[in-house]
Design a protein around this ligand. Structure first.
Ligand code: ACO
Ligand code: LMR
Length: 271
């Protein structure tokens, strides 16, 4: 290579594989956005973008559409909505109130999907004994991701989980959902609150869909787990509900929130 060539070499600042702009037109995964917008569903375009490749199967599209709808909101009591509502009532703007809610998403609330996916993925592929997994978590005093809920229990199951489970079991193979259900059968024998929750169910169904319908190999799925892919659908869908809670508070013109002294236990020895 000549010196001139070396001098002319321009280093790119970023690499992107999901979208680009060609002659002023945006392309998503190599296809014009305008064409996709008129021929594909929101779920299909969205999941393709998150995955970094076009989705192959209509069954995937239907399940992703269902998941996005099921997660959109879960009432005003859950952590995310409470944070958004308090922030909106403190006079903050849309984006601040949304992010206040989003910041609650994590290992206990909505963000356990990825950890559950890791557990189901390793459990199935290492042919682990579900009973041993449950005992190992108990011995080390760790909570099993994807198990447990503040509101739902054996006698009062989460209707979202029931529906998603039914749809997941229709796939031609569902090894991950079977594994998660095996874990649940063991935890439920211990305590009725230790049900498979929506995060755990979603993780299992997504793993089955990616394997059976999208034909991803183990390395590809492992890479997705490392990048927290499995939490992305909760974040995306719940953002809608959080924005709606913000708008609701503004519409109602709710005042600044403050707890009453009786609502907080304070140690009288220090007062
Ligand atoms: N694994 C093992 N034991 C558990 C688990 C779990 N995942 N969850 C609750 N327990 C046990 C606790 O050890 C405790 O036992 P103890 O009474 O002997 O001390 C008892 O169940 C507490 O039950 P709860 O009061 O009903 O549960 P808690 O309020 O402590 O936790 C929570 C609820 C945060 C959801 C919890 O189950 C958990 O962290 N699960 C794992 C994370 C997860 O999947 N979160 C997503 C929930 S769904 C969503 O947010 C959309
Ligand atoms: C949710 O989807 O927000 C819930 O499962 C969590 C909750 O506390 O209701």
């Amino acid at each position: 290579m000549s010196q001139t060539d070396l001098n002319n070499r321009v280093h790119t600042q970023f690499t992107s594989t999901i979208s680009q702009e060609v002659n002023g037109e945006v392309q998503i995964l190599g296809k014009p956005l305008l064409k996709l917008a008129q021929s594909q569903s929101f779920a299909r375009i969205t999941f393709g973008l998150l995955l970094g490749q076009e989705i192959k199967s209509n069954k995937t599209e239907a399940l992703i559409d269902l998941i996005l709808k099921l997660l959109v909101d879960h009432g005003p009591y859950q952590s995310g909505a409470v944070n958004t509502i308090i922030t909106a009532r403190a006079g903050k703007d849309l984006v601040s109130s949304l992010t206040a809610g989003l910041l609650t998403i994590g290992p206990k609330f909505g963000g356990a999907v990825n950890n559950a996916a890791k557990l189901w993925f390793e459990g199935v592929n290492n042919r682990s004994n579900p009973g041993e997994i449950v005992e190992n978590f108990a011995k080390t005093k760790r909570y099993l991701p994807g198990i447990g809920h503040r509101q739902y229990r054996l006698e009062m199951p989460d209707p979202r989980v029931q529906l998603l489970k039914r749809k997941g079991l229709v796939l031609s193979k569902h090894s991950y959902l079977d594994f998660a259900l095996k874990i649940e059968s063991i935890t439920l024998a211990k305590k009725p609150n230790l049900i498979l929750n929506i995060d755990g169910t979603m993780a299992a169904v997504l793993l089955d869909v990616l394997t059976i319908e999208e034909k991803l190999d183990l390395d590809q799925i492992s890479t997705l787990i490392k990048s927290e892919f499995f939490n992305s659908l909760f974040v995306l869908s719940r953002s809608v509900g959080l924005v709606a809670h913000y708008l609701d508070q503004k519409r109602l013109n709710e005042p600044l929130f403050r707890l009453e002294p009786g609502q907080v236990f304070t140690d009288s020895q220090h007062s």
